[in-house]
Structures are given as structure tokens and as C-alpha cells.
Design a protein. Structure first.
Length: 123
């Protein structure tokens, strides 16, 4: 006589909160990506109006770059695009949309002031 094994199943679940759009810093659009620059731009205007600036790129593979204005308040768009051109653009194909995490850290080496102006003194 044949013994039957009971059927079982298991489920693994994980979830986390997301923000829309599902990236925060920079989005690079390949020249032939299905959504296109205008489609992505219109989506952003609905989801997060005025949070991103769009830059058209004269490159055979890349059509546009969307940069969060929060970044542009700290560093110029020309510098951000220069970094993208050197470090990221070579890896982007024309059909892709690439999300770039761009974490900027500003460091001051030395800040000097007159002793009496910046320090609490013990009397």
C-alpha cells in the first residue's frame, strides 16, 4: 500500500516602505528606453512636481539625466554631469534606465576664528 505525504507550502515575505519615484538622486535615460524622456518627465510632474531638473544629453547612448534639485543646491549641474559622464555614462546602454545613488559629503579642512568670537571662556 502506498503512503501519501501531506502537501505543504511555505512563504517568505518581506516588505518595506518606498517613496515615489522609487529613487532619490539621479536617473539616467538611455536614448531608446521605452518610457522616453517626455513620459518620465510627465510622471515626475504628477508624483513629485518641481523636485527634479532635466538635462538633455548629446550622447549616442543617453537621452536625458534627471537630477534631484536637492543635490543641485550643493553642487553645480555641470560638475554632476561631468562626474556622470566619466564614471557612469560608459556603462549605460541605449535601452536602459539607470538609477544613480549620489551621496555628496562636504568637508571643511580647517575653520579659524578669533579666539574670543567663537569660544565660551571660563571667567
Amino acid at each position: 500500500m502506498e503512503t501519501r505525504t501531506p502537501k505543504k507550502f511555505s512563504v517568505n515575505i518581506s516588505f518595506e516602505e518606498i517613496r515615489l519615484p522609487p529613487f532619490e538622486d539621479i536617473l539616467i535615460l538611455g536614448r531608446k528606453c521605452p518610457q522616453g524622456k517626455i513620459g518620465v518627465y510627465k510622471s515626475f510632474q504628477l508624483l513629485v512636481p518641481d523636485e527634479y531638473e532635466v538635462f538633455e544629453i548629446q550622447d549616442s547612448e543617453i537621452e536625458a539625466v534627471f537630477i534631484n534639485k536637492r543635490i543641485l543646491r550643493k553642487i553645480s549641474s555641470s560638475k554632476v554631469l561631468e562626474i556622470m559622464e566619466q564614471k557612469v555614462f560608459p556603462y549605460v546602454s541605449e535601452n536602459e534606465i539607470i538609477k544613480v545613488d549620489f551621496k555628496l559629503r562636504i568637508i571643511y579642512d580647517l575653520i579659524e576664528e578669533d579666539f574670543k568670537d567663537g569660544l565660551n571662556t571660563i571667567d
